[in-house]
Design a protein around this ligand. Structure first.
Ligand code: UDP
Length: 311
């Protein structure tokens, strides 16, 4: 049985990856310090023989007994609100944490996949964003703690690949949504769903004309799984290229939830908020034969069911 370590295993993406690797017949070790993750996300896995959970902060030395085939580094605060509140932890998990996991991968002769992000493109000056674009990031702005940690993460991962011949994979994840997003996460969709269900004001930042492209979590997980098992070591964008303004997203959520007490309210736009974002997924299509399957309506309905159940 192949063994995989998933850091951030109790988080939104990490827990869905745990499920995927369990389904595919792996032995899964989830590691988390529960800074933003929750054991509720993996509660259903604890009864399985081929599942283990380690409570640990990967910014500190990581020890795993025995063999390891794969490591997926998904530990990090990932919402702008979270990384504003936890700037040092965000920098450490992307830099020191990645260094520790590269060392572990080298020691175990394991393949490491790191979770990078569309944030490496910053507030992009080209559209859509392909993997050749170097980005437009403000290193000392509020988002710099996340963006620069992730850029460093890519750099050190490539260095271990080039210098030590380590097997590495880099996925650049674009906005993703679905069940197990934290209600308090602060990102657009968890905010809009919880506000609409509770009959509160839907907080659009700025005039809502900024765009994002939202990928349903099962599509993302499939892309990551394919990338891990591929032989391609350069960064690959994984996301859904269907682009939408934030105002339209808020209106879709309002229509879906249909709570007459909920209405839109406009708030200040956070500093350095990217104006446009859309993945160019030509590389993922060509190399992984991957493209997203779940349409937004289907994904939004599933996400709404989740938020209704937890609120
Ligand atoms: N946003 C918003 N209202 C909210 C939360 C977010 O209008 O309550 C906007 C935010 O300013 C950004 C977009 O929605 O333009 C996506 O923000 P999110 O925090 O989900 O992630 P980002 O893509 O910026 O990392």
């Amino acid at each position: 049985m192949k063994k995989v370590l998933i850091t951030g295993g109790a988080g939104f993406l990490g827990s869905h990856l745990c499920d995927k690797f369990i389904d595919e017949g792996y032995h899964v070790i989830a590691m988390d310090n529960l800074l933003t993750g929750s054991l509720d996300n993996i509660d259903h896995l604890f009864r399985l023989k081929n599942f283990e959970y380690y409570h640990h902060d990967v910014s500190k030395f990581v020890h795993i007994p025995g063999d390891l085939d794969y490591i997926l580094h998904f530990a990090s605060p990932a919402s702008p609100v979270d990384y504003l509140e936890m700037p040092i932890q965000t920098l450490k998990v992307g830099s020191l944490g990645t260094h520790n996991l590269l060392g572990l991968a080298k020691e175990k002769n394991a393949r490491l996949l790191i979770a990078s992000t569309s944030e490496v493109y910053g507030d992009p000056l080209i559209h859509p964003q392909n993997e050749e674009y170097w980005g437009n990031v403000n290193p000392i702005g509020p988002r710099g703690v996340y963006d620069e940690a992730k850029r460093f993460q890519e750099a050190i991962t490539m260095a271990y690949h080039n210098y030590h011949g380590l097997e590495t994979r880099i996925v650049r994840i674009f906005n993703t949504y679905g069940p197990r997003m934290r209600v308090q996460d602060g990102r657009a969709l968890p905010n809009f769903f919880s506000q609409a269900i509770r009959g509160e004001k839907i907080t659009i930042y700025g005039d809502g004309s900024q765009t994002r492209s939202f990928c349903y979590v099962s599509d993302l997980v499939e892309g990551i799984y394919k990338l891990l098992l591929s032989d391609y070591h350069l960064p690959v964008n994984i996301g859904n290229p269907v682009e939408i303004t934030i105002k339209e997203v808020a209106e879709e959520v309002l229509a879906l939830v249909n709570n007459p007490r909920a209405e839109i309210s406009y708030q200040d736009l956070p500093k350095d908020d990217p104006k446009k974002r859309q993945p160019d997924i030509a590389r993922a299509k060509q190399i992984l034969n991957w493209s997203p399957k779940v349409g937004r309506r289907e994904g939004m309905i599933k996400t709404l069911e989740y938020f209704k159940a937890v609120l």
